[in-house]
Design a protein around this ligand. Structure first.
Ligand SMILES: NC(=O)c1ccc[n+]([C@@H]2O[C@H](COP(=O)([O-])OP(=O)(O)OC[C@H]3O[C@@H](n4cnc5c(N)ncnc54)[C@H](OP(=O)(O)O)[C@@H]3O)[C@@H](O)[C@H]2O)c1
Length: 254
């Protein structure tokens, strides 16, 4: 009898792009991918924090480089992607929120959130897939979406619109690019302790809401996302595409 072998979770020899890599979930994803053996291209706007992230990854024995870019600037994003060799893995974690009642949302808030959370995600996926398909290479594109892509949340109409949009986009891209072995998925975290959530956690009413909804009884830490990203980036998930991996502590279970 020959025992089946677990497909590898290693990423040696692969090139990975991580947007939002200078902070929070993106930084954790970059560290996880580097630890698994990938060369990680770290993207965000602030060059100084990016260089610090790259230096930390190198100090931990990983391989990384910085790629400063603004996801809201589509020409910049497209040109920088075009100038790069294909990415076997792309993790898109750059994102923003402008929470508040839908009745108070200004068109400029809508445009700012959508420009990064959805428009940049769309064209980043296209750029990465084009590079892979052009060289007949398989790949894995992973968007850091949100549990708010599956449910609604107070003061989150705009954020939910951007993240629910991401989920539909990923399904359709998975259909289109499946024959090319380019996989597209999302990771949907619950509330994770990062700079992004500082204001929300500081609001006692919101904090109560969050602690009541997370069945495992604690908020998330960036480490909670690291296993999920390695799984989706690696051959361990070779048959997984067009879906989302909820890392939500059970938030959406009821
Ligand atoms: N934290 C949570 O509870 C949570 C839960 C669910 C989903 N998410 C999602 O997870 C993602 C990351 O959130 P986080 O908590 O890690 O946030 P964070 O700590 O604030 O990090 C955001 C990262 O994105 C970069 N970024 C922002 N705007 C950018 C732009 N226009 N172009 C390029 N890079 C940009 C930032 O660097 P620069 O400012 O230097 O550009 C930073 O590296 C977001 O998509 C968010 O929606 C977060």
């Amino acid at each position: 009898m020959t025992l089946p072998r677990t497909p590898s979770f290693r990423l040696d020899g692969r090139r990975a792009l991580v947007t939002g890599a200078s902070s929070g979930i993106g930084l954790a994803c970059a560290a996880a991918l580097a630890e698994a053996g990938a060369h990680v291209v770290c993207a965000a706007r602030g060059a100084e924090k990016l260089e610090a992230a790259v230096a930390e990854i190198a100090a931990a024995g990983g391989s990384a480089e910085a790629l400063p870019l603004d996801m809201a600037d589509l020409d910049d994003l497209t040109a920088k992607l075009k100038a790069q060799p294909p990415f076997d893995v792309a993790v898109n974690s750059a994102g923003l929120a402008r929470h508040g009642p839908a009745l108070d949302t200004r068109p400029e808030d809508y445009d700012a959130v959508m420009a990064v959370n959805l428009r940049a995600a769309y064209f980043l996926s296209v750029g990465v897939a084009r590079g892979l398909i052009g060289e007949s290479k398989p790949g894995s594109i992973i968007h850091i979406s949100s549990q708010m892509a599956h449910v609604g949340g107070v003061d989150r109409a705009l954020y939910c619109a951007s993240k629910h949009g991401l989920e539909g986009m990923v399904k359709a891209m998975a259909i289109e690019w499946g024959p090319h072995r380019v996989r597209v998925n999302t990771i949907c975290p619950t509330f994770i302790r990062t700079a992004f959530t500082t204001a929300t956690f500081a609001n006692p009413e919101r904090r109560r809401w969050i602690e009541e909804k997370i069945k495992l009884g604690r908020v998330g830490e960036v480490e909670d996302i690291m296993g999920a990203v390695i799984y989706l980036a690696s051959d361990a998930s070779a048959l997984v595409t067009g879906t989302s991996l909820l890392v939500d502590g059970g938030w959406t279970a009821d």
